[in-house]
Design a protein around this ligand. Structure first.
Ligand code: G6P
Length: 368
């Protein structure tokens, strides 16, 4: 087992560090040397897409969180409405879908029972189902109308990392491809967008160099019982996954909130020394996010901010700042989640938990 960890202490660490490589592999599986995206084998032709009314994304756990990012980017690029559903809810709520709906199911393992059943429910309503999964020949891959594989390689740690970011890559490619097919962007703009996705490799690589500093911060906050994650827009959906990583393996009660909701309840929970991780990477929301940091620091919170390089003003309001490279806003989620993953990893490790096999959790949930 030690050998298969490639010198890393835990699979999770290895899998976090594999992300630059597997993101490129996943991109290369769908993008040719002329920057054409190919999803035709998944039935996503221009003719088909022109006939759809709605897109649904259905998944569980971390894959559901990738779906939230998918909604954000697909709606932004295409202006088509996207609903994201938790599979166990979708399957029982008699969803309003018909044969003009495209249903995208996301599942690392391809074996999650609720996702499989939700997919069958969608098919009963006549929808077309495209599965995005990491396991070739899995139940979900076999039952879907079409399959798009992520090429993350085997993911062993229960807490998902590289599967999530490769799912994001496919969803970004869909957003770009659909936007092009709907005439929302030109071929040159699509190419520019794809190049930015390729650049994610370097921005993630840079975050991996933060390893030691993240460990130091984790050491300072590891004994807290609760911590919070805040963000707006894309920063919020990334925060939701950050909080899940932390709760799964560090066992610290970790919750994410949309920063704008602070004043509607969450702020009552902010007391002296409570760690609050705040994503402040979105330019148009920057001022508002900085005010939210002030709101929590004035109640004693210990703020760990993630901001873009150059935004040093954040240092004046936060206790710790991690800088991501100055990428375009839409691509900031990739380096940001890597900081969250590493923070959760070190919290778990420093607390002496079994990082790869957290209590009460299974890698793949094949029962209801
Ligand atoms: C379990 C795992 C999670 C995963 C979820 C969905 O809860 O512990 O890491 O996100 O199942 O799994 P799937 O294989 O469908 O992506």
């Amino acid at each position: 087992e030690a050998a298969s960890k490639g010198g890393y202490e835990y699979f999770m660490e290895k899998e976090i560090f594999e992300q630059p490589e597997v993101l490129i592999k996943t991109l290369n599986s769908r993008v040719d040397e002329n920057y054409n995206i190919n999803f035709d084998d998944a039935g996503l032709t221009k003719e088909y897409l022109e006939g759809i009314n709605d897109i649904y994304i259905v998944a569980c756990g971390t894959a559901y969180h990738a779906g939230l990012v998918g909604k954000y980017i697909i709606e932004k690029k295409t202006r088509i409405r996207v609903d994201v559903d938790i599979a166990s809810e979708f399957r029982y709520r008699n969803p309003v879908i018909n044969d003009n709906a495209l249903v995208i199911v996301l599942s690392q393992s391809g074996e999650t029972l609720d996702t499989l059943e939700a997919m069958k429910e969608a098919k009963r309503h006549g929808a077309r189902v495209v599965a995005i999964t990491n396991v070739v020949g899995s139940s979900i891959a076999r039952e879907a109308d079409h399959v798009i594989y992520t090429w993350a390689g085997p993911e062993i740690a229960v807490a998902s990392t590289k599967a999530y970011t490769t799912q994001m890559v496919i969803l970004y490619l869909m957003a770009i491809d659909f936007a092009y097919k709907f005439g929302k962007i030109t071929k040159d703009e699509a190419t520019e967008n794809i190049k930015k996705l390729y650049e994610v490799e370097q921005s993630i690589q840079k975050m991996l160099e933060y390893n030691e500093k993240i460990k130091d911060v984790a050491d300072k906050i590891k004994d807290n019982e609760s911590m919070f994650y805040l963000g707006r827009g894309l920063d919020y959906v990334i925060a939701v996954e950050g909080a899940l990583k932390s709760k799964e393996i560090s066992y610290i009660h970790s919750e994410a909130f949309a920063s704008g909701e602070l004043k509607h309840g969450t702020i009552a929970l902010i007391t002296d020394g409570v760690p609050v991780v705040v994503n402040v990477t979105q330019s148009d929301l920057f001022e508002k996010s900085v005010s939210n940091i002030k709101e929590v620091t004035s109640r004693g919170a210990y703020v760990i901010a993630i901001a873009k390089e150059g935004n040093t003003v954040v240092e004046e309001v936060a206790d710790e700042v991690f800088y991501i490279p100055n990428v375009e806003d839409d691509y900031a989620g990739f380096p940001t989640i890597v900081i969250h993953q590493l923070l959760a990893y070190y919290l778990s490790k420093l607390k002496g938990n079994d990082v790869d096999k957290p209590r009460n959790l299974a890698k793949s949930v094949t029962v209801e």
